[in-house]
Ligand binder design. Structure first.
Ligand SMILES: Cc1ncc(COP(=O)(O)O)c(C=O)c1O
Length: 392
């Protein structure tokens, strides 16, 4: 945890990502999986830490042109890039394919996407690796029939090296048997493609949606057993080739904390309200329900005064900006800092950051025991300003 003096000198609100914790987490996940499983970090979960984990991560799932630009600025190796996304527009794909080196994998999510990628690669005379996303019954990916029709005609796609299948059905799956069922389903489909079409899958990109515990009440999750059950299933699949396991939340959540300070206090007939300098535009919890659940948090300093229940509210002009309802706190004072833990994935990027034109939180790393500011103040009012002709 960061000490009071440092918090004061940097100024809240901010996120801090502990790179050692992150690397240890990746090593733990790797150690729990069989050898044919390689980790892919879904960078939407936390674009800041991408470069820090390049040595330990085999791939990055890059889900938009914006993320691809971030990866390029960070000089991420092209062979680590999986270019995915339900919407791939022509201009972005032309740019991505123009920069194609060897080894990027492009996912295909629809018949229109394969047409687009096929056309661009033919025009440019560039062969690219692709994988076909199998839907789990929503707007993402293609049906079994669509994938089969592509593979039946695969000889026509001279510039597409079709390597295999991608499957991701959702996040925060707390029951291992759900993931086991999905693995069985994808395994059967891969076998069917081999038996009926002679298509041999070389690459299976699978997003299991491993869960993260965010709230104090969630104490019954035994992660070791959960991961062992899944690893056991993977060892017993008929498919024994290369598996790329796409993960966001489970990799990055535990490395992050969000620090926000009490800037005002008031009491009325509805209760006690502690107003924070952050709020819901900065922090989002998956599974939080009307602020009823208590996230894992610390308070700096810990005080010994009377315990009272406090509603922790943010700095937006909406009654929805309630982070925790009725939190028991001892002797709360102005200037006390709340540290929301396990917020290294999505918590920061899913917020409604432009609402009320408040600044974005700063971002720090803790690395080799030192603190490094990696994003200082960003004023969103500039992004919200109306465009005046002639300005860039
Ligand atoms: C295609 C794909 N893969 C992987 C992920 C990462 O999921 P999680 O953070 O649950 O691991 C996502 C998240 O939205 C996704 O859309």
């Amino acid at each position: 945890m960061i000490d009071s003096k440092t918090i004061e000198s940097i100024g809240t609100p901010f996120y801090v990502f502990d790179i050692d914790v992150l690397k240890n987490r990746i090593n733990y996940l790797k150690s729990m999986m069989p050898e044919n499983v390689h980790l892919c970090f879904a960078m939407k979960a936390n674009p800041f830490v991408v470069k820090e984990i390049e040595d330990t991560i085999e791939k990055y799932e890059i889900c938009s042109y914006g993320e691809w630009n971030i990866a390029n600025v960070l000089d991420v190796a092209h062979e680590k890039m999986v270019i995915s996304g339900v919407y791939k527009d022509e201009d972005s794909m032309i740019d991505i394919i123009n920069h194609y080196k060897h080894g990027e994998v492009i996912t295909i999510e629809s018949l229109n996407q394969i047409k687009l990628v096929d056309k661009i690669t033919k025009d440019k005379n560039i062969v690219v690796d692709v994988i076909l996303r199998l839907t789990s019954g929503n707007q993402f990916g293609m049906s079994e029939e669509e994938i089969i029709s592509i593979l039946e005609n695969r000889s026509k796609y001279n510039f597409l090296n079709i390597m295999g299948i991608q499957y991701f059905s959702g996040t925060q799956k707390k029951l291992s048997r759900r993931i086991i069922k999905e693995l069985e389903y994808v395994d059967d489909f891969v076998q069917k493609l081999k038996n009926e079409l002679g298509f041999v899958t070389e690459e299976l990109e699978f997003g299991p949606g491993f869960p993260v515990m965010y709230f104090e009440a969630e104490t019954d999750f035994d992660e070791n057993t959960y991961l062992m059950e899944i690893a056991d299933k993977i060892k017993n699949l008929k498919y024994q080739g290369h598996i790329t396991m796409e993960l966001g939340r489970s990799i990055a959540a535990s490395c992050g904390s969000y620090y926000t300070k009490v800037v005002d206090k008031k009491t009325n007939k509805e209760g006690n309200f502690a107003i924070l300098d952050g709020g819901m535009h900065h922090i989002v919890y998956y599974g939080q329900m009307m602020a009823m659940k208590k996230p894992m948090l610390d308070i700096i300093p810990r005080r010994s005064g009377n315990e009272e229940n406090w509603n922790l509210v943010g700095a937006l002009c909406t009654i929805n900006d309630l982070i925790v309802k009725g939190l028991p706190v001892n002797g709360l004072e102005l200037g006390d800092v709340f540290v929301f833990k396990n917020t290294g994935a999505y918590a920061m990027t899913e917020g409604i950051s432009l609402f009320l034109s408040r600044d974005l939180p700063k971002v720090l790393f803790v690395k080799d025991g030192k603190i490094e500011v990696v994003r200082s103040n960003i004023q969103t009012y500039k992004l919200n300003m109306p465009f005046k002709g002639g300005e860039n």
